[in-house]
Design a binder for this molecule. Structure first.
Ligand code: HEM
Ligand SMILES: [Cu+2]
Length: 659
């Protein structure tokens, strides 16, 4: 290659050029990066960043990192959503070109589901679940760090496509033949395929880690049926991950091989089956939506029973209905393509199995209502998010049952009615639960509450904005507006509804900004939580100081029933425990290897995206070297002395022990 060829490559292919919004974003990304590097250098924080965060294996810090990255991704996915809504606010707008619009809804959907919603929930599980079962960490702390860094490098690789190479544009489902090598050559779709595969390995290992943790690390006395309901939801979710994610990995790997090496798994020309991709994708995809909703159910259950100040009504029914939902989630996938032409018997089966999910879900709604019944209800921000979830989720669920009817789906399919349906369940289910969990566990993570007044403002603005956006979307969908169209004509009767939707979307954007401001405001002015138990909680995470010390429990708790901490409080056992002598606690060593290994995964992924095989293989060699290094690593850990524990417990609980 001579100089001018290199220049042509850089400007013509490598860097994304041409669109002013992208130039603006590139400048902003460059400035932010310089800003971060400058601040870290100026405050001499590089070492701190490496020691405290990049090499940590502490489940709480890993959880917090998941949450930070997921918040950034919520910002990115939200910015995409506002661009979509701006373009559709009025007929014949030319804010985004058709091609850019395709890219924006593709990255919006993919980022929201895979790099925002799921990691956010995994972050909350990481923070809270080990504390709820009285464990000192997850079963495999090193693996936990690796999972996080794999998710992080997959997410960064995917996001890099925005400025280098171009964003994927075949929808979040990425079906061939559109996503195949013939119709979409080049790096764009490779970013999707490889970014998701790297992050996917991280998700799978997280699932394995959580299953081992919950089955093996519970405090003495905590039988399965005494586990907090959020822990139950984490267990069931992890089992779904274990069975579902390999299917996605295979589907994506086969499509990658088709694209990179010219095989014909999904190309009709070589007698491949594009429909097979669609089946594999949804065989993972439907369970995936339950990966997103079951932990949400768990969070709402904890929050509702805490703030109704009652034991969760129908605890066992809650557990069994989650198990039934998880089983059903694997036998409904065809409802995503009733119109693809399966025979009527198949469509009927999948129609009925889909409708059946409404039964265990309904059981849960009634149990929440009966938990509230005659409770001493406290309207905290966390509780508002949980209460707001119920009516909105029922709207999403009921329209889901409508869509489950195969003949009717021939009308609804790919219309804005569908778009509104899944946003109702995803936003009022998953997003509300994320905010509920964030407010609820914030004191345990950072030692102070989020401000309640700002929290409530954000809640109301968000809920109103949410309905203003998505109610008109149902209507405009029934009027015939289809999804993934970048513009529409005047005179179809869609204009007013679309304009209202856009206003609602901006209200949600402002609500998100208030939440972010609240984080800043509360860090500065929030009152320190000295009790460790700011909500009068029921489960074990509230029995330890806030923020949770690195060893979690100075004494391993003994569990006597459901709501273990509540029972201790009733029996006045909390003080006695603190007077017992402390024993040294064994802690795992920090390690830079998970970070380094994921960096090599990133390098390898970047190579394969550009089909530079040397770079792809070189990255994998790096991964292999770290794996070999790891086998020589004794990882013996260290002990925190009993005197040190005593000192820290005193400092954290001064007010309680001196009483
Ligand atoms: C501010 C809130 C949001 C707004 C205003 C919004 C708006 C939209 C709109 C208008 C579309 C349709 C684009 C089209 O078909 O042309 C869309 C697609 C989508 N949205 Fe959202 N959304 C929001 C939040 C979310 C969240 C929180 C999630 C997931 C957790 C999500 C997941 C998706 C998915 C999966 C698609 C489909 C993308 C595709 O067709 O490939 N959205 N969104
Ligand atoms: Cu489904």
């Amino acid at each position: 290659m001579n100089l001018s060829e290199i220049k042509d490559f850089l400007i013509g292919e490598f860097f994304v050029t041409g669109d002013p919004t992208i130039y603006a974003a590139q400048v902003m990304i460059a400035l932010t990066t310089i800003g971060i590097i400058f601040t870290l250098t100026y405050l001499k924080k590089w070492k701190w960043l490496w020691r405290e965060w990049l090499t940590t294996v502490d489940h709480k810090k890993i959880g917090i990192m998941y949450i930070i990255v997921a918040m950034l991704m919520l910002f990115r996915g939200g910015a995409d959503a506002l661009m979509i809504r701006t373009q559709l606010a009025l007929p014949n707008m030319d804010f985004l070109e058709a091609q850019t619009y395709n890219e924006v809804f593709t990255t919006h959907g993919t980022i929201m589901l895979l790099f925002m919603a799921m990691p956010f929930l995994i972050g909350l599980i990481n923070v809270a679940m080990p504390l709820q079962i009285g464990a000192r960490d997850v079963a495999f702390p090193y693996l936990n760090a690796l999972s996080f860094w794999l998710f992080f490098s997959g997410a960064m690789l995917f996001n890099l496509s925005f400025i280098i190479g171009g964003s994927p544009d075949a929808g979040w489902v990425n079906y061939p033949p559109l996503a195949g090598g013939n119709l979409s050559p080049g790096p764009e779709i490779n970013y999707y395929l490889i970014g998701l595969q790297i992050a996917g390995i991280g998700t799978l290992t997280t699932g394995i880690n959580f299953i081992a943790t919950i089955l093996k690390m519970r405090a003495p006395g905590m039988t399965l049926m005494r586990m907090p309901i959020f822990t139950w939801s984490s267990l069931i979710t992890s089992i779904i991950i274990l069975f579902a994610f390999p299917v996605l990995t295979i589907a994506l790997a086969l499509l990658t091989i088709d694209r990179l090496f010219g095989s014909h798994f999904f190309t009709v020309i070589g007698e491949g089956l594009p429909e097979m991709y669609v089946n594999l994708f949804w065989l993972w995809g439907h369970p995936e939506v339950y990966i997103l909703i079951l932990p949400a159910f768990g969070i709402f259950s904890e929050v509702i029973s805490t703030f109704a100040r009652k034991r969760l009504f129908g605890y066992k029914a809650m557990v069994y209905s989650m198990i039934i939902i998880s089983l059903l989630s694997f036998v409904v996938w065809v409802h995503h393509f009733f119109t693809m032409g399966s025979e009527p018997a198949a469509n009927s089966f999948f129609s009925i199995s889909t409708m059946a999910i409404a039964i265990p879900t309904g059981v849960k709604i009634f149990n929440w209502l009966l938990t509230l019944y005659k409770g001493k209800i406290k309207f905290t921000t966390a509780h508002l998010w949980a209460l707001g979830f119920m009516p909105n989720f029922v709207i999403g669920g009921a329209t889901g049952v409508m869509l489950a009817s195969a003949p009717a789906d021939y009308q609804y399919h790919n219309s804005y009615f569908l778009i509104s349906h899944f946003h109702y369940v995803l936003i009022s289910g998953t997003v509300f639960s994320i905010f509920a969990g964030l407010h609820y566990w914030w004191p345990k993570m950072f030692g102070h509450k989020l401000n309640e007044r700002l929290g409530k403002w954000a809640f109301w603005l968000f809920v109103v904005g949410f309905n203003v956006t998505f109610v008109p979307m149902y209507i405009v969908g029934l009027m015939g507006m289809t999804r993934r169209v970048y513009t529409y004509e005047e005179g179809l009767g869609w204009t007013t509804l679309n304009f209202i939707e856009t206003l609602g979307a901006y209200a949600m954007g402002i609500a998100f900004a208030i939440i972010v401001y609240n984080i800043y405001y509360s860090a500065r002015y929030g009152e320190r939580d000295k009790t460790g138990d700011p909500w009068d909680g029921r489960t074990l995470e509230w029995s330890i100081p806030s923020p949770a010390p690195e060893y979690n429990f100075a004494h391993v708790p003994k569990v006597k029933g459901l709501d273990a901490f509540w029972i201790m409080k009733k029996e006045n056992k909390t003080k006695k425990k603190e007077k017992e002598p402390y024993k040294p606690i064994h802690m795992p060593d920090d390690s830079g290897q998970p970070f380094m290994m994921s960096l090599f995964f990133f390098i390898s992924g970047f190579g394969f995206v550009w089909e530079w095989m040397w770079m792809g293989i070189l990255g994998l060699v790096g991964v292999g070297v770290i794996m070999i290094l790891r086998t020589f690593d004794k990882d013996e850990g260290y002990h925190i002395s009993s005197r040190e524990i005593k000192r820290r417990e005193r400092a954290a609980r001064e007010d309680r022990i001196d009483e």
